[in-house]
Design a binder for this molecule. Structure first.
Ligand code: FDA
Length: 596
């Protein structure tokens, strides 16, 4: 590294949002020197993201923060009765049970993970990540703005500005992470290719306090969709009242015309919008904050350039439908952080870092397209309400009223309404979208098994598999101290081998392979008579190998390689697999590159 910089660190992360905070917390946990900055004085003020899926909770569990996160979140049980209505006090059109709360779906969620979905507002999650990062050794700096960077073969020189003093200084790092959100300057400066369009439509966020218990406690949910034909407060006539804290803190979302630009929002105007959505202007409302955002459909097709990596909204920009943004951002960080740690510590070749883009760019594209496609699930509901068949707001209201009449035509429209609401399952119960990611890269060794066939709808239903490239399947195991998940045995920065009772020899093979590759590998024998027993036989079934087979699990809980059974060649196979995954086959070249 050069010595001309004012400060040196291994990794500089720009942004303390879910992506940057997650990356900093993970890197610090892995023992990497990391600095994380935010140009504002503190983490997010507004509770934008909230739906927190099980894959994200697994990352938070891996960080040892699950209990803290759950203590701040509303539980899954309170997330269920997604309601469509004319206002909270007005007519209800219908509901859908969401986020795995329908009895028919609950088992899918319970079987998929040791964690539960929850509703964790972004402004409460971000400090948890930033605090963990700081406690674990990260340098966390607020009021610090990223200005520019230049990179050479040895590292990146980054110019930062102290917002309080206007003083500019240079940080020299091995790697720069752009977790700087949907308007990422780093993505622009690194010239990462983006596809799609920005600012398709505009939305206003209004955070407010109001006791709405009497309108919602009987149908507990995190989202209430308010459909108001001919609304008098401007906008599109569809608004959202979103629970932040049951049932007194809320976020209202209302539309604005992007052609006109963001409106000036006074407290009076905001209160008018909120009262309109509640449908009861006698309810006392205190406005906490307002802000605006746009609906985007943009993703990066390449996530890094040299030593600069981008993650989070910087590389996937999309509407909140399906609640994927913060979740995917944290999962980006989980994918990238261990790879950086291994390369920085000389345990992997720099080529490992190329797999970040190979693995996560398809995910970015998938979720941007899914979230935008989900916007299309709303028009059928409006169609069934008769809003498209009327020219004036009065006619729209008449059409809605006519829905409740006794006629064959109204019965058909009611059926269409039920069908349209049920169709929004792909927005609210897309368990497969949340959990079914599969990686195909140099950091995964295929085992020649046939292409995976999804037994049920791939977007709606999670499918567990131990096939390389998939997340290690969850199964509850019993120990003298209580139950743990297979997932708990893996991760935490290490490679792990899971095997059955007959797989005792893997411990020796792993030790030799670990020594050859300069890494630690934990080995867990699971089953009768072992410390981790498999009382239900779930692990044996989900392992999809013989009892003496093995799953090699990466630090980010992905199965990187699997062996159907112990064989004469297992030692060599394991070493070769690790060398491929870690890009460390050519030790001499690797140590040269790492030193550089
Ligand atoms: P994010 O924008 O959060 O953070 C960027 C960080 O970079 C900030 O700390 C910022 O200050 C910093 N920064 C930017 N430029 C800088 C510079 N030049 N110098 C220094 N710092 C700089 N997602 C989800 O998973 N579930 C959900 O339920 C929802 N719901 C939801 C509702 C609404 C209304 C919205 C608008 C969005 C959501 N989301 C969501 C999406 C979620 O909010 C979004 O995906 C995440 O905030 C993205 O996290 P990032 O960390 O990538 O960026």
């Amino acid at each position: 590294m050069t010595t001309s910089a004012d400060y040196e660190t291994d990794v500089l992360v720009v942004g303390t949002g879910p992506a940057g905070g997650g990356a900093a917390a993970l890197l610090a946990t892995y023992g990497v020197n990391v600095m994380v900055i935010n140009r504002f004085a503190w983490t997010a003020r507004t509770p934008r993201a909230h739906i927190t899926n099980q894959r994200t909770m697994e990352v938070i569990r891996d960080l040892g923060l699950e209990e803290e996160a759950n203590s701040l979140a509303a539980p899954q049980e309170q997330m269920g009765e997604n309601t469509y209505c004319a206002s909270l006090a007005g007519k209800e059109f219908g509901r859908i049970q969401t986020w795995g709360t329908h009895p028919r779906r609950k088992a899918d969620y319970d079987l998929a993970s040791p964690t539960k979905m929850c509703d964790l507002p972004q402004n409460l999650l971000e400090p948890v990540l930033a605090r963990a990062a700081a406690h674990r050794g990260a340098k966390v700096r607020f009021d610090t703005e990223y200005i520019s960077h230049s990179q050479d073969e040895d590292g990146v020189s980054v110019v930062l500005r102290d917002v309080l003093t206007d003083h500019e200084y240079t940080v020299r790092c091995q790697y720069l992470l752009g977790a700087d959100g949907a308007n990422s300057k780093i993505v622009g400066d690194a010239d990462l290719p983006l596809e799609g369009v920005m600012a398709k439509s505009g939305s206003i966020n209004i955070v407010f306090e109001a006791d709405l218990t009497k309108y919602v406690a009987h149908r507990p949910s995190v989202l209430y969709w308010v459909i108001q034909p001919g609304s008098q407060v401007g906008g599109l006539g569809i608004g959202v009242v979103r629970m932040v804290r049951p049932w007194k803190k809320w976020l209202a979302i209302w539309g604005y015309d992007v052609e006109q630009g963001p409106p000036d929002m006074t407290d009076e105007k905001a209160t008018e919008i909120v009262h309109n959505l509640i449908g009861d202007s006698d309810i006392p409302v205190k406005i906490d904050a307002t802000s605006t955002w746009t609906v985007n459909e943009t993703y990066a097709t390449q996530l890094s350039r040299g030593r600069v990596f981008a993650l989070g909204d910087a590389i996937h920009r999309h509407p909140p439908t399906n609640g994927l943004g913060s979740n995917t951002s944290i999962q980006d960080a989980f994918n990238l952080a261990w790879k950086l740690a291994y390369v920085i510590k000389g345990k992997a070749g720099p080529e490992l870092l190329e797999t970040y883009s190979t693995e996560r760019a398809p995910v970015a594209e998938q979720i941007v397209k899914r979230a935008n496609k989900s916007l299309g699930d709303f028009p059928p509901i409006l169609q069934a309400l008769g809003l498209f068949d009327a020219k004036t707001p009065d006619d729209m209201l008449k059409n809605i009223d006519a829905l409740a009449s006794e006629s064959g035509e109204a019965a058909a429209r009611r059926q269409a309404l039920h069908d349209a609401i049920a169709g929004s399952d792909y927005v609210y119960n897309a368990h497969g979208v949340e959990l079914n990611q599969r990686y195909d890269s140099a950091a995964v060794v295929p085992d020649g098994s046939p292409e995976e066939v999804f037994a049920r709808d791939k977007e709606l239903y999670h499918q567990a598999t131990s096939r390389p490239g998939a997340n290690v399947p969850h199964a509850w195991l019993s120990t003298p101290g209580g139950r743990v998940s297979t997932i708990d045995l893996c991760g935490k920065g290490k490679f792990t081998i899971l095997t059955g009772v007959n797989g005792g020899k893997w411990a020796e093979l792993a030790e030799k392979a670990g020594a050859a590759c300069n890494i630690d590998i934990d080995v867990h024998q699971i089953g009768l008579g072992q410390h981790h027993e498999d009382p239900y036989g779930d692990f044996a079934a989900k392992m999809e190998t013989q009892e003496d087979g093995a799953l090699l699990v990466r630090p980010d809980l992905i199965v990187a390689w699997r062996a159907q059974a112990i064989e004469a060649t297992s030692q060599t196979d394991l070493i070769q697999a690790l060398e491929k995954i870690l890009a460390c086959g050519d030790k001499a070249a690797m140590s040269q590159k790492t030193a550089a």
